[in-house]
Ligand binder design. Sequence first.
Ligand code: B12
Ligand code: SF4
Length: 512
Amino acid sequence: MKLLAVHPSALMYTRVFLRLEPLGLELVAGAARNAGHDVQLIDLQVEKHKDYWKLVEEFRPDAVCFCGNYLANIPEIVDLCKETKDRFPDCFTIVGGHSVSFIPQDVLGLSEGAIDCILKGEGEPSIGPLLEGWLNGDISQVPGVVTTEFEGPPPTFVKSLDEVRPARDLLRHRNKYFIGTLDPAASIEFARGCPWDCTFCSAWTFYGRSYRTADPKVIADELEALKEPGVFIVDDVAFVHAEHGLAIAAEIRKRGIKKEYYLETRADVLLRNKEVFKEWSEIGLSYIFIGLEAVDEEGLKKFRKRVSVDRNFEALEYARSLGLMVAINLIADPSWTKERFETIRQWCLEIPDIVNISVTTPYPGTEIWHKEARRLTTRDYRLFDIQHAVLPTTLSLPEFYEELVKTQQVLNTKHMGWSALRDTVGIAARLLSKGQTNFVKMIWKFNSVFNPKLQLADHMRRPRYEMPVQPDVVDKMNVKELYVHGPGGRKSRTLDDDTEKFVDQTRMGADA
Ligand code: B12
Ligand code: SF4
């Protein structure tokens, strides 16, 4: 069968700071190719809808599959499926990925028959059987499949993360992916899943709190094959398991692989596994993103992060001492007042790090979704990108955005525009001389994207597709109902006993 794999357009944040290759979709494309299908891939983060149509006309796929990782992309995906079905009624349309796995019936309903099925959970094990089933006229037994008429068996995990490799060669513009000065950058996965259980996050509910690691040798093979000098490690929490991090580092040293890395981790993991991060800073780690979420104890408790403020600051200090560029995420709560924003602004000004501020957003598959969804002030999917307020704000909405953007401006003043150019003039010149313009273009983009008036205007657009009205707020909920892949318990986590104990001590525990 001829399959076209499609990643939708970029959301607000990725229009400025970074743009990354669609690794999950490349894995699904790789698995489909291994199953004997003829596969093409298009990424609308870097190409336009007219390029999609051109490719569809030329390639004439029998099936098109979309990556529905992001809730805010759902309207675009539904529209593309509708038009694809109008023009090519026999084309099999599939949507898979993170967000749609939690709300398959809602998405199928919006599409009015234009989406043939949702494929829930990990795509690698089921995409081959799905295409096979379509050819044979029966897809009802494919794990993870959901249609308006039936639901197949539960989704399954790929047998091993080493089994399928991403079809990187199918990406048509590899030089368009970057993060900060890592330009161009490729993405790689060392481990999958997260053993913690934060209330605002769906990473753990998607994977049933499992944690699986890839073989260090396979990882090193993949790194060796990458042409890009920059590498974004997509793991939710990097180096949870110290031995795994050290084994990859040893393989990299042995083979003399020279790359620059970016990763995301938790403050308590960084402090527990100091030697791993030190080793990585010596073999090329240059950026580290730490999800602090809040700067006071009360805020941390709310997000069920059992890391204390002091430990957070200690972690920042340690990361800086390794010479790493540190980025921090803070979550702005809709209840924030002008004074609260001012306090955060002052804090951001005092520290040398990059501070990214997102807005509390209940997502399907998270605990806060079940507690807050009834209070949503909008049901427009497009606003669920953690840059818009979708819950009632204490300040008026215009004031909230004024304050939010003013606080995000600190980042602009400190780390973008002329100050960025001044600090990175050598790097910028080197990148430009190689024809890499992503980083240099990025540093001037902030004001054109982050603008309170534009954000307010987004709320005024008439929604084409809305989420269904949510049932009553649930105070006590059955956590098991949140999962896409059912929880597999201790054996589903490749962690030694000490690390498992550490995880248990640092999470609140769904049943605690
Ligand atoms: C790396 C990452 C990013 C990267 C790269 C994203 C990219 N280009 O793909 C960056 C940093 C750019 C990013 C940005 C954002 N992200 Co992000 N991101 C992640 C993260 C940590 C891992 C994703 C990943 O690469 N995993 C590894 C690959 C192999 O897995 P995968 O992509 O999920 O693909 C598998 C399955 O989903 C499925 N699948 C995927 N596509 C398809 C397609 C088909 C047809 C099928 C059958 C299956 C399938 O099969 C794949 C293989 O098993 C996830 C958390 C998570 N664990 O999922 C959050 C996550 C997906 N991001 C999230 C958010 C909110 C964002 C932002 C909106 C944040 C912001 N600050 O604005 C932006 C928007 C990005 C955009 N598209 O414009 C949320 C999603 C919320 C939601 N429900 O919409 C998540 C779940 C994090 C969270 N804590 O809740 N993100
Ligand atoms: S540590 Fe918390 S926020 Fe981070 S991926 Fe795991 S569950 Fe999500």
